[in-house]
Design a protein around this ligand. Sequence first.
Ligand SMILES: Cc1cc2nc3c(=O)[nH]c(=O)nc-3n(C[C@H](O)[C@H](O)[C@H](O)COP(=O)(O)OP(=O)(O)OC[C@H]3O[C@@H](n4cnc5c(N)ncnc54)[C@H](O)[C@@H]3O)c2cc1C
Length: 440
Amino acid sequence: MTDSRAADFAKTPFWWIAAPRPPIAEAQLPASADVVIVGSGVTGLNAARELARGGRDVVVLDRGEAGIGATSRNAGHIGRVLKHEFTQLVSGLGLAKAIEIYREMQAAYDSVGEVTKGEGIDCEYRVSGRVILAYTPQQLEMVEAECAAKKTHLGEDYTMLDRVGLKVELDSPLFVGGAYLPESASLHPGLYHLGLLAAAQKAGVNVLPGTDVVSIDNIGTVDAPRFVVRTSRGEIAARDVIVATNGYTGPGIPGWFRRRLVPFDAFMIASEELAPETMRAILPGNRVYIDANRNVNFFRQSPDGKRVLYGGRTGGRPPADLSTIGTKLFDDARKILPGLDGRKLGRVWTGRCAGTIDLYPHIGVQDGIHYAAGYCFAGIPMGTYLGRKLAWGMLGRKEGATGFRERAMPGHPIYWGNPWFVPLYMKFYDLLDWRDGGRP
Ligand SMILES: Cc1cc2nc3c(=O)[nH]c(=O)nc-3n(C[C@H](O)[C@H](O)[C@H](O)COP(=O)(O)OP(=O)(O)OC[C@H]3O[C@@H](n4cnc5c(N)ncnc54)[C@H](O)[C@@H]3O)c2cc1C
């Protein structure tokens, strides 16, 4: 193996090459707005666009550049992914409820295609298919059982692949087999975000990056809220407020949210540019790939087909210098994909997601503040879907209905907003994966 430490790799998301974060312009803060949205990611912008089209005067605030959060840092896999597997929901909640919840996962998946098509967003959206990879026969059995149940009750197609069948998908010695899911997509998250931003601005939304929200106060009543949003650049009066800060929820956002959203760090790398024949040898199937571990490793080709993009070690403590995690991830990637041996690391970056105590995504209203968050790593579809639901609900439209409103976002008696336990929790997952034969 070459020493990736010797490489001069960048420490910003690969996606920002084609989709640099828009510079912050010093636009004036308005004195008031119908709706102030905190967070300019996939959730905030999908809500903003729909609200503006519904006639509302909408301001979106972000403390950094627009889309600086997880929305422009993720892997760009789009699936129907919930932390609770379908078979678990059937056992816990019964078949009818499990089907209802997973039908909404399908609707969330579909929403990304609808928005990219409807808004004409050119973001390399592609129904690429997904391969779930098993390191052991036991993992393969579990993957198959889940796929079979979904096929029976939801009609989701899949094909099981053995070691030989996998060879057309990827060159790896580690997997005993996998499941190919044809209906699964991928996109370029940076371009998706820029497209959402342009669509929101075209609809009349005032997006003001470089504006840190320091407090949100309801000076009306719970039934007739009226807000003052204080920011690093002044105050805005608003009839309604949406919190769309997900993994970046922190000071400035009311404590109720900080005590319910559990932020965790995720890490990704990009290889250096590879020759087309090298890429064809490493990932000939050109799908998105994810292993069957509890703490998953995930990878794909970049949309231009020149780099392998790889993520893993999710929830680990962020090191002082990203080089350390970059080097470790590249070593992991080379164990899974030995064709990367002798190649160099091109980039490493990190981003923040949010989980919830009950591992469900949530949408709702708390003390008059609207919110959607807690996507547990599946935020492109869920943020698109629930962002629009937020807006439609506020506009009084029936399309705002969703089963994800039914559950109140729970807290935990010992969680007060400091996620110190996440790295330990994820280490425990790693240990279970290792015990069960998961690698690398
Ligand atoms: C490495 C990585 C890989 C991932 N891979 C996938 C994937 O393949 N598929 C998938 O579906 N999901 C994936 N995700 C998850 C997905 O990216 C997120 O769930 C989704 O982007 C969340 O969008 P959001 O708009 O809710 O929040 P974000 O995009 O995180 O935006 C929140 C914004 O709020 C702003 N903010 C916070 N506090 C304040 C404040 N006080 N004042 C002003 N602004 C504030 C932040 O600056 C930030 O821009 C991944 C995430 C990461 C980090």
